[in-house]
Design a protein around this ligand. Sequence first.
Ligand code: SF4
Ligand code: SF4
Length: 374
Amino acid sequence: MKQFKGIAENIETPILGLVTRNPLSLSRGNSVLVTEETSLLSRGFVGLITKGCGKKKSSFPQAKVSGEVLDKLEDGDCVLIGKDGIITVVWEKRAPMNPLLLTEMCDCRCLMCPQPPKAHDRTLTETSKHILNLVKIHINQTICLTGGEPTLLKEDFFDILGLIKKKHPKSTVMLLTNGKSFANFEFTKRFVSLRPKDFLTCVSMHSDVDEVHDRIVGVKNSFYKTAMGLQNLARFREKIEIRIVVSRINAHRLESIATFIQRNFPFIIHCTFMGMEITGLACDNYETVWIDPHEYRDELSRAIRVLSRADMNVSIYNLPLCLVEPKSWSFARKSISGWKNDYLPVCEGCAVKEDCCGIFTTSGLHQSPYISPQ
Ligand code: SF4
Ligand code: SF4
């Protein structure tokens, strides 16, 4: 998520509100006023974001930032201002997809997890509920429920599904999950009865071999639970996507994985092979998990062919086109979220830049030496 550093003044607890530049706003109890200077009209807002150079001292809770940051905030964005003055844009009005981080707890510990599991912090769930109560969701905008493993929240997870259904009945929702909770049939049944109408469950499955999958996700018996979860979701004809994160451990098996998916889960509506983001646990386990996508491009093309020949919908996420064989380019999507996507200086002048997803800025210096203009 986009973040900006501000200087906090009078912020005793984190502030959440919708950005407005209208000092006469009638919903100031839910809004953060973005203004160059404070004035009498700044009263009543949950917080202010003001220009750092303003000399006036005031008692309003506010974060002081540069003029450049003021310009980057848009009316209708939802921001969280921490006690340390950091402003996080937790909902971007114009983003096609906004993630809601419901929890950081997880019942897996994947070697390449970008969001290392932590004990549950209730404020994440409460903040997500608050965001859902505040924002307006536009047609074609997706809510992405993510974690950690959101389904572990149980009642809170179901409450969030209910809240979306009630407040945003027409929204498109996707859930990122390891799928293990759905191995419980009663849980799946309840989920199906409560979820919003337009809902896609995206399940991670990283191998066709139980031991390999369990090694990647760090917990024994995960493979069978995830497979059972997929079958239970299918019994209710749920919309399912399978996500395979490609690492050094599974890269040589992509074709077998594709065959396994085609034979066992033909009911899914989408399958995607994903390039890794080198952050979180992927940094700690770099030597074990990192493989240059250039090394597995042939294997990836064969895997894509298996699924596309079976008429299954298949994509490649997070891989620059120059690391994918040209015959598979039509399957590669611009999948990296705007706030963590960029291009390298060598990309200037590349003929396919418009269609390329570029790189993860979050991966820092861990970039393939094979990135080169086409
Ligand atoms: S990648 Fe997903 S399933 Fe794996 S540990 Fe991280 S949050 Fe859990
Ligand atoms: S050079 Fe840059 S823009 Fe061109 S394909 Fe590679 S990553 Fe994409």
